[in-house]
Design a protein around this ligand. Structure first.
Ligand code: Z5A
Length: 208
């Protein structure tokens, strides 16, 4: 059995947390042993870095510093959790991964995408998700859902244009890598979104 890495992506409020459990259940029903994790985070060290990245601290976090922290967390997550799981034939389902870095630090913050690609090469040594599901809604819809939930971190307090740029990068990456990425219209009732997710998982599994 070969392990696989599946990632769920999208802007805040598109329904990632809501649908992680659904995808996990579909995989388990198919007899797949799945390790569910998230980024930034996923190991004790990476979770500490996550807290630094999301904290609305007094001292400003320079954009490059944020990018390096995210890749530092990813390095710990990959070496201490994801690669060992894949090597043992487990499947890994991850809430966000490097597409989020291209979207947020590249699109949102405006850091050059070539720098992100170089760090991706250094940290991941060629490892990429086998399947990425991008939940997509207009920015305002996701932000409205988050507002209803209450509470904000460093990202959720960004301006609308930040998220619009991040969405454009997400969609353009999905378009450039159609063999890896599937875009789901998440601006529909949850049952319809989950019907699509179930079909995507079914089609993906039918290829094995
Ligand atoms: N970040 C980064 O900058 N660079 C990186 O490389 C990585 C991450 C990996 C992590 O936060 C932050 O790190 C993230 C980007 C940055 N930015 N922020 N903020 P996170 O992992 O906690 O991500 P999040 O996107 O903020 O999670 P979220 O706010 O919880 O969004 P969500 O998981 O997509 O949504 P949800 O909690 O499932 O749903 C939100 C609400 O909508 C909830 O009340 C649901 O019941 C409701 N919902 C869900 N689906 C529907 C539908 N279909 N209809 C109606 N209502 C719905």
């Amino acid at each position: 059995m070969i392990g696989r890495l599946i990632t769920l992506e999208g802007l805040e409020g598109v329904g990632k947390s809501t649908n992680m459990e659904f995808i996990q259940r579909k995989l388990q029903e198919a007899g797949i042993d799945v390790d569910v994790t998230r980024e930034p985070g996923g190991t004790p060290l990476a979770e500490k870095i996550r807290a630094l990245v999301l904290d609305t601290a007094d001292e400003p976090l320079p954009d490059l510093c944020e990018l390096l922290l995210i890749f530092a967390a990813r390095s710990a997550h990959l070496e201490n959790r994801i690669r060992p799981a894949l090597d043992h034939g487990r499947w890994v389902l991850c809430d966000r991964f490097t597409d989020a870095t291209f979207a947020y630090q590249g699109g949102g913050r405006g850091l050059p995408l070539e720098i992100i690609a170089r760090l991706e090469g250094l940290v991941q040594s060629g490892l990429k998700p086998d399947l990425t599901i991008l939940l997509d809604t207009p920015v305002e819809i996701g932000l409205e859902r988050i507002r209803e939930r209450g509470g904000t971190d460093r990202f959720e307090s960004q301006r609308l244009e930040f998220f619009q740029r991040a969405r454009e990068v997400y969609l353009s990456r999905a378009q450039q890598e159609p063999e890896r990425c599937v875009v789901v219209d998440a601006n529909r009732p949850l049952t319809q979104v989950q019907d699509d997710l179930a079909k995507i998982i079914e089609v993906y599994l039918s290829n094995f």
